[in-house]
Structures are given as C-alpha cells and as structure tokens.
Design a protein around this ligand. Structure first.
Ligand code: FAD
Length: 440
C-alpha cells in the first residue's frame, strides 16, 4: 500500500496525537464491512472506524496497533423514494454529495456544517451531528429513519425502516446514533428528506448585547416560520474571521454581538420582504442596532463567509482547545463572560473566540495556540467546570472521543456511565471496536 495512505489515515481534525494505523481496510460494500469485522474479531484485532476524518474529538484517530476501517468506498445511493421523500444511502457518502444529489431531484437534506465536503453521512450519524440548521430541523438523530449496523463480531443488524411512525418495540438504532462507533459500524442509512425550499434569505445583524440576541431569536421564531439558522458570533470571533479571510468589516462600527439569520421558504421575494419587515421591527424595538439583508445569492455567501472561517481558524490556532458545549440559554451570557475573563487573564497571549448556534444552546469556544499540554488541560478544566455549574453538557456536537473522556462524569451520572459500559461489553465483549474512546 502507498505509504501516503497510512499518513492520510493517521488522524482526524482534532489535536489528538496522530498515529499511523497498522493496516487500512477499505471495504467496497456493507457486507464486506461485516466480513472484515468478523475476520478481524477472530484474531482479537482492535479496529478504529474512520469516516471523513473531520471529527474534532479524536475518536477516529488510530491508537497504536489498531487497524483502520475506512468507510470511504461506501458511497452508493441505493434507493430514492421521490414521492415519499426518503433516501437509502451507504455510510461513506459525503454530506455535500448527498445534499447535491437530492436537491437535483427537488428534495432537501437539511443537515449542514462547515465540513460538508469531506464528512460522511455515517460519521454524521455516529456523532449525531448538528450544525447550522438545528433550530428548525433538529440534529442528525431527527433525520434518520433507518440504519444498518455491522456489530464488532461481524453480525449484521438491519434496521432499514422507511416510515416515520414505527412503534415496534425498542428503537435500537437510537443507541448507535451519537455513540461514536464504540458499539458498531454504521454501514447504511435511511434518511428523511424535506421538500427543497425555493428560496434562502440571509441577513447579518449587529446587536448591542447577548440579551438582545435571545429576545431577537424569540421574536423571529414567532414572525418567521421559515427561520432555519440563527448563528451567534461574538465580536472577537468577527474580528478574527475578518483577519484570517481578509474580509471587510460588515458595518461601519463594531458591536458586541453579531447574528447571522437564514430563512428557507418558497418565494425569494416574499420571504425577503418578511425578513426585512421582522428585522425593521427589531430595529425599532432596539433589539438590533444595524442590519444587512442579502440581495442576491452571492451577497448571502459573503455574509456567511464570516461564519465559515471556522475551519481556517481551527487550523491557525492549533494546538488549540475547541469546545462545543451545550448551555441553557439563560446561563450562556454569564458563562461566556466568566470564561472570557478567566482565560483572558490567565492566557493573555492566546486567542479566545466565542460563537455558537443560539437556537439550540450550543456554544463554541476556540482557544489557542497552546504549546504546553498542562495549559490546555487547565483551559479544559476552567470551561467544563463552568459548564457543569451552569447545568450544561460538555459536548453538544463533536462528541467525547479521546479528548473529553475524563470530563464525561461532569455530564453523565454514575448509573448512566455504568449502563453505557454494560452495553459496550454486551456488544463488544473483546473490547476491540473503537476501544478506549468515549468511555474509560
Ligand atoms: C470545519 C469544521 C466544521 C464543523 N462543524 C460542525 C458542526 O457545525 N456541527 C457538528 O456537529 N460537527 C461539526 N464538525 C465536526 C465533524 O465534521 C462532525 O463531527 C462530523 O459528523 C464527523 O463526520 P466524519 O465522517 O468526518 O467522521 P470521523 O471524523 O471520521 O469520525 C467521527 C467519529 O465517528 C466514528 N465513525 C465515523 N464513521 C462511522 C460509521 N460509519 N460507523 C460508526 N462510527 C463511525 C469515528 O470512529 C469517530 O469516533 C466540524 C468539523 C470541521 C472540521
């Protein structure tokens, strides 16, 4: 095998130390995934599951001695119900390819995230991915109707349900969604589609405070049924985004908080007028200080460009601490201020950037670069302790992987952790699939 293949499979997007796998297995069919797992299990060989490797928790990064099982060749669309709006796909299909394929047929797959070109639909399921449109369509969990899984011993568990309502006992697929490959390998998925919206409208708003953002969200939820994104960016993030991508300042003045609003609907003109009306009301009420409503698709892309610099910022600030915490909305402002002040005082030379998907309480913090592992650990302790005290969870999107394992008890009770370990032992008695991830 070409040595560059081993390098390409040595790690994900996180800062977990890269390790070249002993072997890379690339099955061509779901049945071959199961067969490969069965053979590897008969040798007691430990395996790491790899999707698009865009994960930010180190779960797909090999550990010494592991074989990498890559889903990258499982890219087929197997069935498409163009009347009912469901699609059956193999797990290695890239999210963007799926989006494009269904849009060409008048349908829409609403999950969307910055890594769309590379992340795979199976990886999205394994991490219960969220992204930019959760406020309207929910996380990946809400978009999955059915699934096929290859268990660690090679047993195939087929649950390719195609109907929305199914009350036939325990819904086993839920156990695999968000479990980061520790219980089985997702090989196929049945996904729920939405009719393709005819129009997307975008606006960038400048706000005087976080509090105003929470009131704006409530007002827009009432006035704009098509509201699909409500992305919050604090001032520091905006400045870093402009800097890294050489973008112009969107407004004449700087503001403490910016919100990117998107609506999806069926009439470009009517939807834009509705968005403008709602934002005019917000301006009159003093909730918004200034606003830009995109007048074309290109203009909309320009507004999204600030938010889409996350990938570049992640690379620039390495080695970084990247957080994806969940925080109740009424506790978010105080938490951001507390963490900002604590980290700013302790690490003044580092950059600390806050942004998030306000509609679903998901706050991101990107902090770095840190050459020193102790400093990184200290940053994690500061953030996770504050999140725990605020009643939040330590991961709302990226998962636990290897980089948050020691903090999991801050978000899960002893009884929950015990049951998770029992499930792991039941399905993977040898402890060979994605071992030493999520649970310790
Ligand atoms: C620029 C950027 C932006 C991002 N934005 C978001 C965002 O907005 N929202 C969000 O939720 N995430 C985001 N992410 C994180 C990442 O893209 C998601 O976690 C994504 O779902 C991972 O998919 P993947 O195919 O790359 O999985 P990988 O990184 O390959 O794997 C992730 C985990 O899932 C397991 N896994 C992968 N495939 C399977 C499978 N078929 N069966 C079982 N287990 C499997 C792996 O073992 C690993 O534990 C972002 C990442 C980047 C780099």
């Amino acid at each position: 095998m070409d040595p560059s293949v081993f390098d390409a499979h040595a790690g994900d997007w996180s800062d977990a130390p890269r390790v070249r796998p002993g072997m890379v297995v690339m099955p061509r069919t779901p049945a071959d995934v199961a067969r490969a797992l069965g053979i590897l299990a008969s040798f007691g060989q430990s395996v790491v599951v790899q999707g698009g490797l865009t994960g930010l928790a180190g779960g797909a990064t090999p550990q010494p001695g592991e074989v990498a099982l890559s889903l990258s060749r499982l890219t087929a669309i197997e069935a498409f119900d163009r009347l009912g709006g469901t699609i059956s796909v193999q797990a290695g299909l890239a999210l963007e390819q799926l989006q494009n394929a269904v849009e060409a047929e008048g349908w829409f797959f609403p999950l969307d995230l910055g890594a769309r070109g590379t992340c795979q639909i199976g990886g999205n399921a394994a991490t219960n991915a969220g992204g930019n449109r959760v406020v309207r369509f929910g996380t990946m969990r809400e978009l999955i109707l059915g699934m096929e899984v290859a268990l660690p011993d090679g047993t195939v568990l087929s649950m390719m349900n195609k109907v929305t309502k199914n009350t036939t006992g325990i819904d086993l697929k839920q156990m695999f969604i968000g479990s980061e490959g520790v219980l089985g390998v997702i090989t196929r998925l049945v996904l729920k589609l939405e009719p393709k919206p005819a129009a997307a409208n975008t606006a960038l708003c400048a706000l005087g405070s976080f509090d105003d953002a929470t009131h704006l969200l409530k007002a827009l939820r009432v006035q704009l049924p098509g509201l699909s994104s409500f992305e919050l960016m604090w001032d520091g993030f905006m400045r870093a985004a402009m800097d890294i991508a050489a973008l112009k300042a969107p407004f004449g003045d700087a503001y403490p908080v910016y919100v990117l609003v998107e609506t999806l609907g069926d009439s470009a003109e009517d939807d834009r007028l509705a968005l403008e009306r709602a934002l005019e009301r917000a301006l009159d009420a003093g909730l918004v200080q200034d606003v830009i409503v995109a007048q074309s698709i290109d203009h909309s892309r320009q507004l999204w460009a600030y938010r889409e610099t996350v990938g570049e910022l992640l690379s620039k600030l390495k080695p970084h601490a990247a957080f994806d915490v969940g925080v109740p909305m009424d506790a978010m402002d105080a938490l951001v201020n507390r963490v900002h002040d604590t980290l700013g005082a302790r690490f003044p030379a580092q950059t600390h950037l806050f942004f998030g998907h306000l509609g679903d309480g998901n706050l991101h913090l990107l902090s770095g670069p840190y050459a020193d592992a102790d400093a990184l650990l200290h940053v994690e302790e500061v953030v996770y302790q504050a999140v725990s005290e605020a009643g939040g969870c330590i991961s709302a999107e990226h998962g636990i992987g290897v980089i948050k394992q020691s903090f999991l008890p801050l978000s899960r009770s002893d009884a929950e952790l015990t049951l998770m370990k029992q499930l792991k032992s039941l399905l993977d008695p040898q402890g060979i699939l994605n071992a030493n991830r999520v649970l310790i």
